[in-house]
Ligand binder design. Structure first.
Ligand code: FAD
Ligand code: NAI
Length: 469
């Protein structure tokens, strides 16, 4: 016996699921959204994007007050860290935003359920409510948006106290003397930066011979140089083979990625950040004859339909970058497909940002990808050291790099390392979404003095004619 029928039942209320539910409701469908976490918003709002950005911001303010203001003629005699208050500010923001999702659900008449959802054969979702009891929902369409979880490091057990994932690293009550970060990707570098600014010694152990794989190599190299200048230590081409948690301090065993002599490092906290994997535990995929691919992802077609009738999947649980805005775009897309519309996502125009200082942001292809694909391109680069606003504010690190098709001049990739890169990349994403050329960017009027003028100059440089260098 089903308790209630819906047009759409969404399992998971992260950026993919909650946005899908709201959009489907806007389009006139009767929608329920189920999440087993006590608060809506998924990984992103609860333990991901938002708390990490809160700590990145407050730790940057702290470091600026401690080390950066003298250069501007501002003397701050003593700067003190109140980590408890910093953590409270972060928790307050998370609480406000997750409660905001409940408000949006009410406003759009989405039935919001806190509980675990499980497929129970075609068109049915069984919900075990967090408060006890269960409910079976009938659904014409079911959207799986169950997200991802931390990828484990074999032989290293996460206790979220001393050996932590990103979730524990956002909750530390003391600044560790030595933080060892396993994985030089998004999480390792953002959270490594937070604790470095707050006073920890930080060592990043990365399996590959470079950090941030997938990022344009030239940008990645510059990024590592700038992070090293901030005091982060790097052990590249190195693997962690085990962590001994028996003593007062952790003993981290490492060796060269290709094998070699073992080394030991003492640490107070180890952050495991070697990637995330799709999460489908207990979802009842077998009840609709669905399996996952060899990466644990649910396979979908271009309309996000799975192999099971009426079942769709979006966000971190399917292929593509594990980014909140990608999940949101897919949520909107599925809802609009269900309403008979013809939406489309250009995956080449989805930006990616690492929110360190400076920020690193990109959209489109890297130079390495273009070389591999045999595409002829022209490159234009412009350093922030030649940008007047950057000089006025002392934010001269980094550059803009533009890759444009050698024949048509169409933009193929834009990469920015510099202050506010995450905001500036919006201009490039918009340009690429509209199929703009590098000349279009160069001819667009950019306000003076702004950091964005470096984008215009880099575009001019693809034609060999930058004005200010
Ligand atoms: P999720 O946000 O993971 O949501 C899935 C939800 O489904 C969860 O709440 C889970 O509890 C629920 N669920 C799972 N199974 C069930 C079930 N059976 N029944 C009911 N509920 C279920 N991305 C960015 O774009 N920018 C950032 O700055 C950024 N920072 C990040 C920082 C950190 C530390 C981390 C870990 C991630 C960050 N990300 C960031 C990635 C981003 O959080 C994810 O890409 C995004 O949350 C994916 O959204 P989603 O809706 O697919 O899944
Ligand atoms: P990641 O994929 O960004 O980086 C993982 C790193 O670990 C890679 O450099 C990889 O080579 C390395 N690695 C893998 N196995 C290893 C091993 N055994 N030993 C040492 N290094 C190893 O994954 P991360 O940082 O865990 O983040 C997960 C995902 O969350 C990101 O890919 C991103 O999609 C998302 N995220 C996005 C953010 C943003 O948009 N600003 C911030 C944080 C996370």
């Amino acid at each position: 016996m089903t308790d209630e029928s819906f047009d759409v039942v969404v399992i998971g209320a992260g950026p993919g699921g909650y946005v899908c539910a709201i959009r489907a409701a806007q389009l006139g469908m009767k929608v329920a959204c189920v999440d087993k976490r006590g608060a809506f918003g998924g990984t992103c709002l609860n333990v991901g994007c938002i708390p990490s950005k809160a700590l990145l911001h407050s730790s940057e303010l702290y470091a600026e007050a401690r080390d950066g203001l003298n250069a501007f003629g501002i003397k701050v005699p003593t700067v003190e860290l109140d980590l408890g208050a910093m953590q409270d500010q972060k928790s307050k923001v998370v609480k406000e935003l997750t409660q905001g999702i409940e408000f949006l659900f009410r406003k759009n008449k989405v039935t919001a359920l806190k509980g675990t959802g499980r497929l129970n054969g075609p068109g049915r979702v069984q919900v075990e409510l967090n408060g006890g009891g269960g409910q079976e929902l009938a659904a014409r369409h079911i959207v799986l948006a169950t997200g991802s979880e931390v990828a484990p490091l074999p032989g290293v057990e996460i206790d979220e106290q001393r050996i932590v994932s990103s979730t524990g690293a956002l909750e530390l009550e003391e600044v560790p003397n030595h933080l060892v970060v396993v994985g030089g990707g998004y999480i390792g570098l953002e959270l490594g930066t937070v604790w470095r600014r707050l006073g920890a010694k930080v060592t990043v152990v990365e399996f590959l011979d470079r950090i941030t794989p997938g990022m344009d190599l030239e940008v990645s190299r510059q990024f590592q140089r700038l992070l090293s200048r901030q005091g982060l230590g790097f052990k590249l081409a190195t693997k962690v083979t085990g962590v001994d948690a028996g003593g007062d301090r952790l003993l981290v065993a490492t060796e060269a990625a290709e094998g070699g002599e073992a080394e030991k490092m003492k640490a107070d906290v180890v952050l495991v950040a070697i990637g995330r994997r799709p999460y489908t535990d207990g979802l009842g995929l077998e009840t609709v004859d669905l399996t996952t691919d060899n990466h644990g992802r649910i396979e979908v077609d271009s309309r996000f339909a799975t192999g099971a009738d009426g079942v769709y999947a979006i966000g971190d649980v399917i292929r593509g970058p594990m980014l909140a805005h990608k999940a949101e775009d897919e949520g909107v897309c599925v809802a609009e497909h269900l309403a008979g519309q013809r939406p489309h996502i250009d995956y080449d125009a989805i930006p990616a940002v690492i929110y360190t200082a400076p920020e690193v942001a990109s959209v489109g292809k890297t130079e390495e990808q273009l070389k591999d694909a045999g595409i002829s391109y022209r490159t234009g680069k412009f350093p922030f050291s030649a940008n007047s606003r950057a000089r006025a504010t002392g934010q001269t690190d980094g550059f803009v790099k533009i890759l444009a098709d050698a024949g048509s001049d169409r933009l193929l990739g834009v990469h920015i390392i510099g202050a506010d890169a995450g905001t500036m990349i919006g201009e490039a994403a918009l340009a690429m979404e509209f199929g703009a050329s590098s000349e279009d960017l160069a001819r667009t009027s950019h306000a003076h003095p702004t950091l964005e003028e470096a984008i215009k100059e880099a575009a001019l440089a693809t034609h060999g004619a930058p004005l200010h260098i």
